[in-house]
Design a protein around this ligand. Structure first.
Ligand code: SIN
Length: 398
């Protein structure tokens, strides 16, 4: 009976969306912290990239994704994920998420680096991740088919042939075995391993290690993305972010003398993230300070999260440029999965940052991560359902 269980590990956007998409199939959602706490999703300032504008199309979004990925993205996956964007935004609206809108009531579309169109859907200016997390956590708490178990996954259980048969957990009450017919790892990334990081300290690749120990194939593990503009008001540990959307709205990168850091570099402040990060790192590596000058923007009104983070560190971004430095931000590599989120181990799927779908190539396009997690949640749920009813013919994707 319990071996019929589906276990989803992780309660950020990937885990919550997968559990919700599996409803009404019963899901045990395993989370190391209470729902809504200690997940990188809550820190995502950017937003959700979706080809919604009249001048946009999923094919343009996919093309930008491939260009940013430095030739190493999977074009089929980019097409699938970009195509899913508008529908996923509708899904969140249906769950009650109040996205930012213009005076005409239409969704406000922001611009971020390496996007050829305005296509970033946001909430609370720069608090999209927190809004997505709140919305999905509320929906999960109200969903009768989802049972939340607080504990730390310590191993995947396997049979003699290597098939995954469940999860072993450490809980307050001791070790717990959860036999399952399907396990979905949605445990996030590993940026917390770095000295300077935009990730929660708990993001140390625990899910990746579980999968590797069980023999799953990993992919592109060396591909770690550095965000160019972590706020450098501390020297290490989780550093607050100054969202890329600030540059999308006109903030510029300057040195201590006010000189433009991106002068003469193609794309300037809106070059792909790796290009901007390298330009800043060249300066900081020589001991120079680099600043994000956002004084021309109403940061307090349009980017309240950044304004609060700066004020908390004693800096007013309306008066002073913000000191910035690159910091580990996102792991493009991970557990190798196919177009349905299946790993190379039977009965094991992976979703979100812990997975490597091939979407991001060597450099993730801004605001494609919440999108990818939600797009794959749908595909993983369909695949697991397909195990129930093969005749229904849920597609396996590329
Ligand atoms: C940002 O707001 O700059 C981060 C967005 C992202 O990582 O996609």
């Amino acid at each position: 009976m319990t071996a019929d269980r589906i276990v989803v590990v992780g309660a950020g956007v990937a885990g919550l969306a997968t559990a919700l998409r599996l409803a009404p199939l019963p899901v045990t959602l395993v989370t190391a912290a209470p729902l809504g706490e200690d997940t990188a999703t809550a820190w995502a300032q950017g937003g959700i990239a979706a080809a919604i504008g009249a001048d946009d199309a999923p094919a343009l979004h996919a093309a930008d994704t491939l260009a940013a990925g430095a030739g190493l993205s999977d074009a089929g996956i980019a097409g699938i994920v970009a195509g899913a964007g508008p529908g996923l935004v509708d899904w969140l609206v249906g769950l009650g998420l109040a996205f930012d809108r213009g005076p005409d009531g239409a969704l406000a579309l922001g611009l971020e680096a390496a996007h050829s169109r305005r296509r970033i859907v946001k909430a609370g200016g720069d608090a999209t991740g927190a809004a997505v997390l709140r919305t999905l956590a509320r929906a999960a708490a109200a969903c009768p088919s989802i049972t939340v178990t607080v504990g730390r996954a310590t191993a995947l259980a396997q049979d003699g042939e290597g098939r995954v048969t469940g999860l072993v957990l450490r809980t307050d009450r001791g070790a717990l075995d959860l036999p399952a017919r399907a396990v979905v790892l949605a445990t996030g990334g590993l940026g917390g391993l770095y000295r300077a990081t935009t990730n929660p300290a708990g993001a140390v690749g625990a899910g990746l290690a579980l999968a590797a120990r069980a023999g799953a194939v990993l992919r592109d593990v060396e591909f770690v993305q550095f965000h160019p503009t972590a706020i450098a008001l501390r020297t290490d540990g989780p550093l607050p972010l100054a969202t890329e959307a600030l540059r999308g709205e006109g903030a510029i990168l300057v040195d201590a003398a006010g000189g433009r850091v991106m002068a003469g570099i193609a794309g300037a402040e809106l070059a792909p993230r790796d290009v901007v990060a390298r330009a800043i790192a060249r300066r900081t590596g020589r001991g120079e300070a680099v600043f994000l000058d956002a004084r021309r923007i109403d940061v307090a009104r349009r980017f309240p999260t950044v304004a609060a983070l700066c004020r908390g560190a004693g800096l007013d971004p309306a008066v002073s440029p913000i000191p910035v430095r690159p910091a580990a931000h996102y792991h493009m590599g991970g557990i190798r999965v196919d177009g349905c989120g299946r790993s190379t181990l039977a009965n094991l799927w992976a979703c979100g940052e812990v997975a490597a779908t091939g979407l991001h190539g060597a450099n993730r396009l801004a605001s494609n991560s919440l999108l990818e997690a939600m797009a794959f949640a749908v595909r993983i749920a369909a695949d697991i359902r397909g195990m129930d009813a093969p005749a229904a013919g849920a597609g396996r994707g590329p």
